[in-house]
Design a protein around this ligand. Structure first.
Ligand code: SAM
Ligand code: SF4
Ligand code: SF4
Length: 336
């Protein structure tokens, strides 16, 4: 990363997560609870959402500042119409690790067009293999089998290596941890357990609902012995463990019990074009206004550089019951 122009801070800007929509067809209890994101919830009007051309322009600028990894997210990115057109534009920029996080519900039909447009791989969120537990987590009537079919379609389309994200919530899907590990062991897919986080301010987060990563590892290790392995690269958020019998690995993302802010190299762009330097930010920096007021690439570059070089974020290092109550941006808005 020596050539990164923003490498002076010890936290070079390397990853950009782009939320392409604030909408979603699921209502996960830890992300978009129905009581808040119900029928009357006002999502962003179309005119406020960045166009694909605006996103492409910004990505080119971010790439000139050292970004090498782009993840499309949301809301649910696959509900944004013609997403493959955006993928095609971003893939044409050059050698980028271009990926996407999805709830998998529309992946069976979208995997092939996305792969053909240049998407490299996908991460699919799946919180249980059991329909009733899955529904308790996402508050939607969607069969697990359809998500599994989406994962299969992604594999068949060559969107590999595939990662599976499972958020764990105490007493809700804790009992799915070991069955999920059994299911994905030996498939070449990496299952990553994510501690339930206090993103946003609507998901009723309590520390008691977090299943600590070390507990997850211990549960799996009892039946399928594990050993820790080295991080693949600096800033990798998942701690990695491999099965001692050589049948693959799992990851645990312990942003609550073992924060990793010192290595955080990630910026986030919301669907309406605000730049956030932390998942738990209370406020962003409006790049859309710059784009739409005729700013030059140089001016936008300077604005992004100023934001990144002045950042002091280390929310997870400082987390407490008090910080959990701050009015933070919602995960479905800022992108996970
Ligand atoms: N809709 C897509 C999905 O669910 O994969 C992409 C957006 S979602 C916000 C991105 C990731 O954030 C998902 O893996 C989701 O499980 C995770 N996530 C959402 N809310 C969370 C929370 N409160 N704690 C931990 N992870 C969360
Ligand atoms: Fe939708 Fe993803 Fe949030 Fe669940 S985690 S509500 S699928 S955006
Ligand atoms: Fe990065 Fe903020 Fe998460 Fe810390 S809390 S790792 S600064 S996004």
């Amino acid at each position: 990363m020596g050539t990164n122009p923003l490498d002076t801070l010890g936290r070079p800007l390397h990853d950009l997560r782009i939320s392409v929509t604030d909408r979603c067809n699921f209502r996960c209890v830890y992300c978009m609870p129905k009581e808040v994101f119900g029928k009357d919830f006002q999502f962003l009007p179309r005119a406020e959402i960045l166009t694909f051309e605006e996103i492409e322009r910004l990505v080119r600028i971010f790439v000139s500042l050292g970004v090498r990894k782009i993840r499309l997210t949301g809301g649910e990115p696959l509900v944004r119409r013609d997403l493959e057109r955006l993928v095609e534009k971003l893939a044409s920029i050059g050698d980028l690790d271009l990926t996407l996080t999805t709830n998998g519900s529309l992946l069976a039909q979208k995997a092939r067009p996305l792969a053909e447009a240049g998407l490299r791989r996908v991460t699919v969120s799946l919180d249980s293999l059991d329909d009733a537990t899955f529904k308790r987590m996402n508050d939607s009537d969607f069969p697990v089998a359809k998500v599994l079919a989406g994962i299969e379609a992604a594999r068949a389309a060559g969107l590999a290596p595939i990662k599976i994200n499972m958020v764990t919530k105490r007493a809700v899907n804790e009992s799915s941890i070991v069955p999920m590990a059994r299911y994905f062991k030996g498939t070449g897919m990496t299952l990553r357990f994510i501690e339930f986080m206090d993103v946003g301010s609507t998901n009723g987060w309590r520390l008691d609902d977090v299943v600590p990563a070390r507990e997850i590892v211990a549960m799996i290790d009892r039946e399928m012995p594990l050993e820790p392995i080295q991080a693949g690269y600096r800033g990798e958020v998942a701690a990695r463990y491999r099965y001692k019998d050589g049948t693959g690995e799992i990851g645990v993302i312990s942003s609550v019990t073992q924060p990793f802010c010192a290595d955080c190299t990630r910026a986030r762009l919301s669907a309406d074009g605000s730049l956030y330097t932390c998942l738990f930010a209370t406020q962003g920096h409006d790049l859309r206004a710059l784009l739409r007021s005729g700013a030059t690439d140089d001016e936008i570059t300077r604005a992004i550089t100023a934001v990144w070089t002045e950042r002091t974020d280390r929310y997870s290092d400082l987390r407490s019951e008090e910080t959990a109550g701050l009015r933070k941006i919602e995960m479905s808005f800022i992108g996970g």
